[in-house]
Design a protein. Structure first.
Length: 362
């Protein structure tokens, strides 16, 4: 990694520019405080790239991202009913750029934390006694294998249509995501729950056996196995039992949305996608919210927390990451709320004011 941390920034569409600019200001303040030199390189992807370059992703953007130490991204895409971007063929639409970028950067591990801030527990849809316990978990989802990438076809057999999807996982695909899961658990509460369907699926039995092999290299991390149907229930019954939930692509797709929902606040949820080096792409879990774009009312916290993840996982700057996370907790404790998390009696602020309040506390 270079001495100056090179961060490619994709501001994206809708609220993307507002939330990314705010996150960059937070990073600049954090850099000053912790003596980190950062360079931000602006590149386009998604709708903004279609407008400027006629394509959702250019080779130049890919090369700049590859030459960087990490990528910080706002969301991309527009209103799917009204935006002219959605009159284009699927491979020219904004989302095609994101899929191609993830593939080009070999991002196989997706991390989605779900944390319930005590100040926002009223937004949690779970029973009060469950919400009151709080939770802080992270779904680690395999992103480039499994059912979504297996061979598929629809055939006609005995006069009726039949569809076939194939779920494959190789040992090496499982091993590399399991290593990521254990490495990240080491930075957290040192527990991995590996989720599979080993009572039915061969791919899950292989998953379980490879995860057990990897676990031997991490004696300080506790490993437990859980069947996916049970995990879906446990996430609403007692999410506080989880630290890192390690799982394959389709199970992770479903469980990560479930885990997001139980926090009740989409504007707060960060995410990261990593490859087998320290490189990662960091972005909020939410979309580009075209309905509120350009009004300075978007919640920038998901993007700011994604920037904190970048400091922790790509740059090993745990203290700087913690400073951002503490500042976010601080503003919530002091009653600052953007409109999406506002409740009576709190201080309503816009996107940039929320950024200012966080910066003041770093
Ligand atoms: P969305 O997440 O953009 O919005 C859903 C609702 O949540 C909206 O009411 C919106 O105003 C609100 N919201 C979302 N983020 C917020 C924030 N930070 N602060 C305050 N309110 C917020 O989902 P959508 O409307 O289904 O999708 C809009 C566009 O985003 C679509 O083009 C979709 O394809 C795209 N999208 C992109 C990504 C990505 O870039 N990774 C992910 C999901 C959706």
């Amino acid at each position: 990694m270079s001495e100056t941390l090179r961060i490619a920034c994709i501001r994206g569409d809708g609220i993307g520019p507002e939330i990314v600019d705010t996150a960059i200001r937070v990073l600049e303040k954090t850099g000053e405080k912790f003596g980190l030199k950062m360079e931000f390189i602006q590149v386009r992807m998604g709708g903004a790239s279609i407008d400027a370059n006629g394509a959702p992703l250019t080779d130049e953007t890919i090369e700049i991202c590859k030459g960087s130490d990490a990528v910080l991204m706002g969301s991309i895409g527009g209103n799917t009913s009204t935006s002219p971007w959605y009159q284009l063929p699927p491979e020219k639409r904004p989302e095609a750029g994101l899929l191609k970028l993830r593939k080009s950067l070999n991002l196989f591990a997706n991390l989605r934390p779900a944390y319930l801030y005590p100040e926002l527990s009223d937004a949690c849809p779970l029973k009060k006694e469950v919400a009151d316990k709080g939770f802080d978990l992270l779904i680690m989802r395999e992103l480039t294998g499994g059912l979504y990438f297996g061979e598929r076809k629809t055939i006609t057999e005995n006069g009726e249509r039949k569809a076939i999807d194939t779920l494959t996982y190789s040992e090496s695909e499982i091993r590399r995501i399991a290593i990521k899961g254990f490495e990240i658990a080491k930075k957290r509460r040192k527990k991995v729950t590996s989720v599979d369907k080993a009572n039915v699926l061969d791919s899950s039995r292989l998953w379980r056996s490879v995860v057990e092999e990897v676990a031997k290299d991490y004696p300080d991390v506790t490993l437990e196995h859980m069947l996916v149907d049970n995990c879906a229930m446990q996430l609403v019954k007692d999410p506080s039992q989880f630290d890192v939930v390690l799982t394959e692509n389709m199970f992770g797709d479903i469980l990560s949305d479930e885990a997001s929902m139980v926090t009740g606040s989409i504007g707060m949820l960060s995410s990261a996608s990593l490859n087998d080096t320290k490189f990662g792409l960091y972005e909020p879990s939410h979309g580009s919210a075209p309905d509120i774009a350009g009004q300075n009312i978007a919640n920038p916290i998901a993007t700011i927390l994604s920037a904190a993840m970048m400091l922790r996982y790509s740059f090993d700057q745990d203290e700087a990451a913690q400073a951002i996370e503490d500042a976010v907790s601080g503003v919530l404790q002091d009653g600052y709320r953007t409109v999406d998390i506002y409740t009576e009696g709190m201080k309503k602020v816009g996107c940039s004011e929320m950024g200012d309040a966080i910066i003041e506390r770093i």
